[in-house]
Design a protein. Structure first.
Length: 199
């Protein structure tokens, strides 16, 4: 049963909505923890997934609500002060990019658009994955395009993480309430607004 996200725009889903689908990400991210699954307010047809990928990859918190902008600004400021996001974080964390373990068809296929601070991993007809590696976590943003059971399609977003030691575990515990109550509901509401403009 779907659970309300607290504001119009996005609906939080049970983990099985992600784990029970035959996504390719399962092949390369077995040790990652599934943090969230969200139904996106992006109804469309079978050919609309590329637009969702473009919309999500170009999304900027600067175009979101004041609260979301403030939270992101604080995060980037703290990250800069503590060197969480410096260019050498992939090497210093001991976590190589997941692109190194992609199956050949995904490694040699399209990776999709860049979505800073994420790096695209792969793009298929109904799936896109991008990763971020820093001193707190190795994270994956996963988008899928799913049949809504009513003759249409919609986007589905999953967030998977592998915390980096006690720092990463503490970081995830600290930000989870903000992600669930503030960031994602407002972000997905804005994505829904942009999607309706496109439609």
């Amino acid at each position: 049963m779907l659970a309300s996200a607290g504001e119009p725009g996005g609906t939080r889903l049970p983990g099985s909505a992600h784990t029970e689908r035959p996504w390719r990400i399962h092949e390369v991210a077995r040790e990652f923890r599934l943090e969230d699954v969200w139904a996106l307010p992006t109804p469309g047809g079978p050919e609309d997934f590329p637009h969702l990928v473009r919309l999500m990859s170009s999304f900027s918190p600067s175009r979101s609500s004041t609260v979301v902008r403030l939270l992101f600004a604080i995060r980037w400021k703290v990250g800069a002060l503590l060197a969480w996001d410096s260019p050498d974080t992939a090497e210093s964390s001991g976590r190589p990019t997941l692109r190194d373990r992609l199956p050949p068809d995904l490694r040699h296929g399209p990776s999709g658009p860049e979505a800073r601070p994420f790096t695209s991993l792969y793009l298929t007809a109904d799936e896109w994955a991008a990763e971020i590696v820093n001193r707190t976590v190795h994270g994956i943003l996963h988008l899928g395009w799913v049949d809504d059971g009513r003759g249409g399609y919609r986007g589905q977003m999953a967030v998977l993480v592998k915390p980096n030691g006690r720092l990463g575990a503490g970081y995830m515990a600290a930000i989870t309430p903000f992600r669930h109550a503030i960031v994602y509901p407002r972000m997905l509401k804005e994505i829904g607004r942009q999607w309706r403009t496109f439609s």
